[in-house]
Ligand binder design. Structure first.
Ligand code: NAD
Length: 420
């Protein structure tokens, strides 16, 4: 791959391209921006794990705390064979901006381990998780840094993190991690929160564009936590879900897919193959098929300078972190695509993680309707704030979200006594 493209698809560079532009448009003091843009702490660990065949393996893991200015850092743990430090840095910085956009008192972090969980047993994943947590023990804590789930990690892994941390400090600390099972200090509504947040921002976009749910065709890339919950909730509210995909296959039906039927089929057979309610399509092509809303909810760099021209959607609602490169932004602007940027669109997850942390610290747990109502209030308010910023500063939605976030973090830094 040529250097320019490699730089385009480096998530840290993609993040910086937008953040630097937003800081410039804000007229931020150069020194202040130097402080805000770089991660505060970066930790690399090499984690020894005994494998089932009794051989020893060493896995490399990261934890990047991008910012602790507005509160403890918060961010997901990703298990992936392709994880890099730059990707982790990008994820950590997106969390800083996301928490500021939804105005919750967290900074941003991210972490993960280079590993392929599809090729590991449950026991191996547990030993890896516990040892990785032990390596991070000094930097984690409810007042310091709070992990949560991300790609290839789930509530069981969060439970192991909570248990390992608690064993080290010698008492039960539920608030050290979010996305836990309900019986272990988890929150009602957390599992579907990111998908629910996506639906809320889509509802808001429809209102602005005078569109109706039942006439809105939606394609969702990725059928994991984010994608499958968005599909289920949006289908239930009357959206027409015409396409879904996972890495191994895609489905399309212009009349709409019955997501209830698909979920039932998928849970039974663990594949899309053979589902009678839609046609099988190449998952790579699904992004460019006819629809009104496209929700990439899988991975970074799906929409780049090489394919953005082919997008047909009117609205791009970013469920994944960093699905669109900075170069693709300008192409999409030319096509007048209404973008709901990742740091706003997928903020529902961290918002309910915040509620989980609050409930753990209160020792008092909320009903699901309370969680969902509060989530809606936070996400709607943030959506309006970003749109107001875009209109009043005459910038696109993404740069508006970055500007709003950076301005909030800079404001806090000034309050804390760094004057610039
Ligand atoms: P997950 O591991 O549960 O699911 C990922 C899904 O994407 C799987 O269905 C996988 O098959 C699919 N996929 C991967 N590559 C694909 C491809 N090329 N084409 C089609 N499908 C593909 O992960 P998740 O938690 O749903 O996270 C997805 C994205 O959302 C990530 O970018 C993550 O950072 C972001 N995110 C997650 C949360 C959360 O609460 N889980 C919150 C905010 C953002």
């Amino acid at each position: 791959m040529e250097t320019a493209y490699l730089e385009e698809v480096n998530p840290w560079e993609a993040q910086l391209a937008r953040a630097d532009l937003a800081a410039k448009k804000l007229g931020l003091d150069e020194g202040l921006w130097k402080i805000l843009r770089e991660p505060a702490h970066e930790l690399i660990v090499h984690v020894p794990v005994q494998m089932d065949d009794r051989t020893l393996e060493s896995f490399t893991g990261f934890r990047v705390q991008h910012s602790i200015i507005r509160g403890p850092s918060k961010g997901g743990i990703r298990y992936s064979p392709n994880l890099t430090l730059d990707e982790t840095r990008a994820l950590a910085s997106w969390m800083t901006w996301k928490c500021a956009v939804v105005d919750i008192p967290f900074g941003g972090a991210a972490g993960g381990v280079i590993c392929d969980p599809d090729r590991m047993s449950k026991g191996e994943i547990e030993r890896l998780t516990r040892r990785y947590t032990a390596e991070l023990i000094e930097v984690l804590g409810p007042e310091k840094d709070i992990p949560g789930p991300d790609v290839n990690t789930n509530e069981q892994i969060m439970a192991w993190i909570m248990d390992t941390y608690s064993m080290h400090v010698r008492y039960t600390v539920t608030a050290v991690v979010t996305g836990k099972p309900l019986g272990l200090g988890g929150s009602q509504g957390r599992n579907e929160a990111t998908g629910r947040g996506l639906m809320i921002v889509c509802d808001e976009a429809l209102r602005r564009l005078s569109m109706k749910r039942d006439q809105t065709r939606v394609i969702i890339q990725g059928f994991g936590n984010v994608g499958s919950n968005a599909a289920r909730l949006m289908h239930r509210q009357g959206y027409r879900i015409v396409g879904v995909s996972k890495s191994t296959g895609g489905l399309y039906n212009n009349n709409g897919i019955d997501i209830g039927d698909l979920l039932e089929y998928y849970h039974r057979s663990e594949t899309f193959r053979g589902f009678s309610g839609a046609e099988e399509v190449d998952p790579a092509e699904l992004l460019f098929m006819d629809c009104d809303i496209l929700i990439p909810a899988a991975a970074e760099n799906q929409i780049t300078s090489r394919n953005a021209e082919r997008l047909k959607a009117r609205i791009l609602c970013e469920g994944a972190n960093g699905p669109t490169t900075a170069e693709a932004d300008s192409i999409l602007a030319g096509k007048r695509v209404f973008i709901i940027p990742d740091i706003l669109a997928n903020s529902g997850g961290v918002t309910v993680s915040y509620f989980e942390w609050v409930q753990d610290r209160q020792g008092y747990f909320w009903r699901e309707t309370v969680v969902n109502d509060e989530l809606e209030r936070f996400v709607r308010t943030s959506f309006d704030a970003v749109m107001d910023y875009a209109e009043s500063r005459n910038v696109d939605n993404r740069i508006a979200a970055y500007m709003l976030a950076i301005a909030r973090v800079a404001y806090t830094l000034r309050l804390r006594g760094i004057y610039a």
